[in-house]
Design a protein around this ligand. Structure first.
Ligand code: NAP
Ligand code: HSE
Length: 435
């Protein structure tokens, strides 16, 4: 059989692991692909850096053109981050007649439509299983296995770094910065981890899943997005006391012809499957009109886990399965975009934590303001403060209120009034609750 010749651009955490699988499991890969897969080129920026894999003589270089323009290469596996150079390289690879495999969700969330259209125009394909949820085959689930269903809901943990940080902070009472540094050492975080912890990475993945599942492309700024970078251990502990864990939850729901979409730290009841997803694992729950709810879970970040999805895409290209699948993903191209529900109207329960002076009438004032905005209270916790006070006035204590269902809009109006209470000290913490 003719071999499939592969060039990898980017040999970092994911690229290094993908090269290792291609070289060290070459026989297994060839058997699954139905033909040999040869790693012909690998491209990096800095030749002096140590690599996770020893490459055959003459394979490693620094010029992407050596992979993109080599007529012998059939497939470019593009494993660099960022969007500008990555977009140019992908367009050049497609123009040179190559198929492309990538793990770059930032690139696809921003330029996916252009890149997919260009690939189709040129009769090529882009395979991107590794771009969402690392090693979990959720793109295949949505794009292939669930096609009998109209998908109406996605509820997911999509960022391994954030999930790792939330898990370790709570379980080991560790500080945010300390755990983030560990996630970086373990290869979970992006080169710039800001996108992991501010919710952008999870939002990019949600955009891709939503487009595949519901046939509509939603821009990044069209839905609420918050990360875990401002969270305090105190809130994780208080939520736990109430029977919840805090997860960075990415949600799309389709109801009444519009999409409810958000990425936010969210309280998840401790006995729900999503609450059991710890460390750098991801979990995706998909709601289909025929099958009901299905769950997908596994390693959502890290070199070998992500390389598992990358190499599976390489095998699909070699076996001729990738292009027919890619062509079918275009089913939705001419459906008018679905409207996104305004953030102010989204109705959920909420966790509110106030920092209040421990003196008479404080709770009554807060309850009065919330009540006048139609916000009904479900439960309240206030821990005792020390009886002795110092000369600086009454001690402050956390006061946690769980609301019944209400809207962001009602809460915003209540916030405006709460800010005028001298007994309530900033900041007030607000997180939605997933029911
Ligand atoms: P990484 O460790 O930073 O590796 C990036 C690699 O790309 C490095 O080898 C770097 O070269 C090379 N590179 C960057 N710009 C280049 C250029 N202009 N020309 C040639 N080579 C270039 O990143 P990573 O974690 O492997 O992530 C790669 C992609 O996979 C990203 O899009 C990321 O979002 C995605 N992803 C990562 C994970 C994960 O768990 N890490 C999971 C899923 C998806 P040097 O080594 O010489 O610097
Ligand atoms: N940085 C990403 C994460 C890698 O932590 O989930 C997987 O896409």
């Amino acid at each position: 059989m003719e071999p499939l010749n592969v060039g990898i651009v980017g040999l970092g955490t994911v690229g290094g692991a993908a090269a290792r699988i291609l070289l060290e499991s070459a026989d297994h890969v060839a058997r699954r692909a139905g033909r040999p897969v040869h790693l012909r080129r690998a491209v990096v920026r800095d030749l002096s850096k140590p690599r996770a894999v020893e490459l055959p003589e003459g394979v490693l270089g620094t010029d992407p053109a050596a992979a993109v323009d080599d007529p012998e290469i059939d497939l470019v596996v593009q494993l660099i981050g960022g969007t500008d150079t990555a977009r140019e390289l992908m367009l050049a690879s497609l123009a040179a007649g190559k198929d492309v495999v990538t793990a770059n969700k930032a690139l696809l969330a921003e330029h996916g439509r252009e890149l997919f259209d260009r690939a189709r125009e040129l009769g090529r394909c882009i395979a991107f299983e590794a771009a969402v949820a690392g090693g979990i085959p959720v793109i295949r689930a949505v794009g292939e296995a669930m096609t009998a269903n109209r998908l109406t809901g996605i509820e997911a943990i999509l960022n391994g770094t954030s999930n790792f940080i939330l898990t370790k902070m709570l379980a080991e009472r560790r500080g945010y910065e300390d755990v983030l540094a560990e996630a970086q050492r373990l290869g979970y975080a992006e080169a710039d981890p800001a996108m992991d912890v501010d919710g952008t990475d999870a939002a990019q993945k949600l955009i891709l899943l939503t487009e595949l599942a519901m046939g509509t492309r939603v821009p990044l700024d069209a839905f609420p997005r918050q990360g875990i970078d401002h969270l305090l251990l105190d809130d994780l502990l208080l939520a736990h006391e109430l029977g919840y864990v805090v997860k960075l939850l990415a949600v799309t729901k389709l109801a009444n012809g519009q999409l409810e979409m958000h990425v936010q730290p969210t309280l998840v009841r401790i006995d729900r499957p999503l609450a059991q997803c710890d460390d750098a694992y991801n979990m995706i729950a998909l709601d289909g009109d025929a099958v009901g709810r299905t769950w997908y879970a596994g390693a959502g970040a890290g070199g070998m886990a992500t390389a598992s999805a990358v190499v599976a895409d390489v095998v699909d290209v070699a076996a001729g399965r990738a292009k027919p699948t890619f062509d079918r993903l275009d089913l939705w191209g001419d459906i008018p975009p679905l409207p996104v529900q305004p953030a102010e109207e989204i109705e959920r329960r909420f966790y509110l934590r106030f920092t209040v002076e421990d003196r008479p009438h404080v709770f009554a004032d807060i309850a009065d303001i919330l009540g006048r905005q139609g916000i009904s209270l479900a439960s309240i916790i206030q821990h005792e403060s020390p009886e002795e006070t110092d000369d600086d006035g009454p001690p402050t204590v956390p006061l946690v209120v769980m609301t019944h269902r209400t809207t962001e809009g009602q809460l915003r109006k209540a916030d405006e009034e709460l800010q005028n209470l001298s007994s309530v000290k900033p900041p007030t913490v607000r997180m939605p609750v997933a029911d």
